[in-house]
Design a protein around this ligand. Sequence first.
Ligand code: MV4
Length: 448
Amino acid sequence: MKLFKKVLIANRGEIAVRVIRACRELGIKTVAVCSDIDKNSLHVRLADESICIGPASSAGSYLNIPAIITAAEITDSEAIHPGYGFLAENSHLVEACNASNITFIGPTAENIRTGGDKARARQLMKESGVPVVPGSDTPVLSEEEGVKVAKEIGYPLIIKASAGGGGKGMRIVREENELIRMFHTAQKEALAAFGNGELYIEKFITDMKHLEVQILADRKGSIIHLGERDCSVQRRHQKLIEEAPFTFSDKDITAMLGEKAVMAAKAFKYRNAGTIEFIYDKDGNVYFMEINTRIQVEHPVTEMVTGIDIVKEQIKIAAGNNLSHKQSDVKFSGHSIECRINAEDPETFIPSAGKISLFIPPGGSGVRVDTAAYSGWSVPPHYDSLIAKLIVHGKDRAEALNKMKNALKEFIVEGIKTSIPLHLKILDSQDFINGNFNTGFLAKFLSH
Ligand code: MV4
């Protein structure tokens, strides 16, 4: 098998550790990059080499493309893995890699640009026969044009930013006056957040589950899917709990979602690992929502039910190898749940940086903890508050839920606040236990 001798990981935290482990299993040497404040981080310790690339601020370090390319050149790294967040969906990093003869372990620059332009992605899906929610076929440039679209599709509708992400520039509107009022503020918000105020409109689907399908594609254009994840438990577009498969899934639903995801990936001429996000409405209708052109935080639940190491696959594909699995080789077994453990107040959600005086993660059969935290380590205030992912696997959902509860109770984190108490509360909710939840669940759950 063709593989790299050395890979640079352009990230920090648990995902940098995750990628280092995949490299190590493949016999690949690793280079960590870090900011000034991350010199005592686990990813630095675990990598074969490390380079400090800038100050604590992300802009000066983990987002600094010239510093990262230079670090790769100095260390003779053949490839860069971007993890998620930071530069993972930045087409300029891909182009800088290409110009320096470094392999970017991920999709093409064109994949990232098309996926990042949500209106264009939507249009491409529609043309390719992937179902999309009724809405505008081109960007909506004025409120008058918006009113025209609304006359065709009806209310409620949702205004979205073409450059969108994290819900910025997004507005749900229930009638014409509200549309006229909201259009400008959405436009301004999108312009401020993304430097691009372009908007489009869709019918708003209420009572939906956020389902997404993991895909893998090699450089020859072979594509497989690894089944769905339910990511409906989220707050302000931040997922808290993910699981695979979704509660009421079966072979037919997984195959139907998978087929649509592969169709989408084909239309994008997608390469490497990616995710197709779908709206799954209360009647079981499925609509394309977005494509995520990166490895995702929640990828481990898919690994647990398929036995496929997605990060190792990313590296093998990027090195020029064909997919290691045919679709018929992909077998699904049991149920997996992930809780994102954040360093934050479980009630106010205010980030809780500082020294972790004691860190004792749970263990046992079917329990996985992806983390870069350890006793004595300080959570810096400069980055995302995710400090650990607790992932369990059971023979069915009931067994996975039980394992998760036990593992959360066993998890000791002292010195900072974490989301563990909130996770325990959600796991006690009858609606969550019954699978009776959608994207509105957490907001409602927190309000009483
Ligand atoms: C939608 C939708 C309902 N209908 N589109 C959320 C972020 C971005 N990925 C797209 N999102 C949504 N798009 C249509 N046509 C529901 C969401 C959505 C959501 C919307 C408002 C508040 C919370 C939400 C959580 C998940 C998904």
